[in-house]
Design a binder for this molecule. Structure first.
Ligand code: CMP
Length: 227
């Protein structure tokens, strides 16, 4: 119980809930474990719950008309998903798949809606996060429609840096870089193009790749040149 409360305390949208209420939330929710590749949420199904990531990682995906997967976002510990269908009463807007062994904290729809009604601060944090996600989606739309291959791939690397990176003095390190095919699905391009662009960025001195660790040497300079 104490472990659950301290986990929830560190989830950005719940930081302003008082201790007593956080204990109630801890009791309301249940933890669930998922294997790599498991589908947590299926596009078009009715939404019954919100999920917060305890450990692991998930990807938010939609299929395009040719059946190819398009990755909209990747979420890690402390982040939430599944709120959209709870808020608008429509079906799930996308599928969410565990990309590694993942543990989630699940809150039922009614409990989540009661929580935001009782805590305006939770609703405000939630809106702030949704605004940020909309900004990212805007950037992704712009990059998919306007940019050449280099710009699109650079944009994906910058998005991964924003979501998963460790920033230090302008330099960013991203552990567990997704597979090149997954990055291609985020960029709306082919795996071969991602590979070609990564080599180009390495040659230009913008990035380093060791195993599945990516380093962007100067985030701002890279962004200025390509996005
Ligand atoms: P919901 O529609 O209930 O189920 C799928 C979830 O994926 C959705 O809620 C959001 O949490 C998440 N999601 C959908 N589209 C995006 C997006 N463009 N960026 C980030 N997350 C998204």
């Amino acid at each position: 119980m104490a472990e659950e409360v301290s986990f929830l305390r560190n989830v950005p949208i719940f930081t302003d809930i008082d201790e007593q209420e956080l204990k109630k939330v801890a009791k309301l929710g249940v933890r669930k474990k998922y294997k790599k590749g498991s589908i947590v949420v299926l596009e078009e199904e009715m939404g019954a719950a919100l999920f917060v990531i305890v450990s692991g990682k998930v990807k938010v995906v939609r299929m395009d008309e040719t059946g190819r997967e398009v990755i909209l976002s990747i979420f890690g510990p402390g982040e939430f998903f599944g709120e959209m269908s709870l808020l608008d009463g429509m079906t799930r807007s996308a599928s969410v798949v565990a990309t590694m062994k993942t543990e989630l904290f699940m809150i039922h729809r009614r409990d989540f809606l009661d929580l935001i009604a009782a805590y305006p601060q939770v609703a405000i944090s939630l809106l702030g996060e949704l605004a940020m996600r909309l900004r990212k989606a805007d950037t992704q739309i712009k990059s998919l429609s306007l940019k050449d291959a280099a710009g699109r791939v650079a944009n994906v690397l910058l998005m991964l840096a924003d979501d998963l990176g460790m920033f230090r003095k302008g330099k960013v390190e991203v552990e567990d870089l997704p597979l090149q095919q997954d990055m291609a699905n985020m960029a709306g391009t082919s795996r071969e193009t991602v590979s070609r662009m990564l080599h180009k960025f390495i040659k230009e001195g913008h990035v380093q790749v060791k195993g599945n660790k990516l380093t962007i040497n100067d985030y701002e300079a890279f962004r200025k040149q390509y996005v």
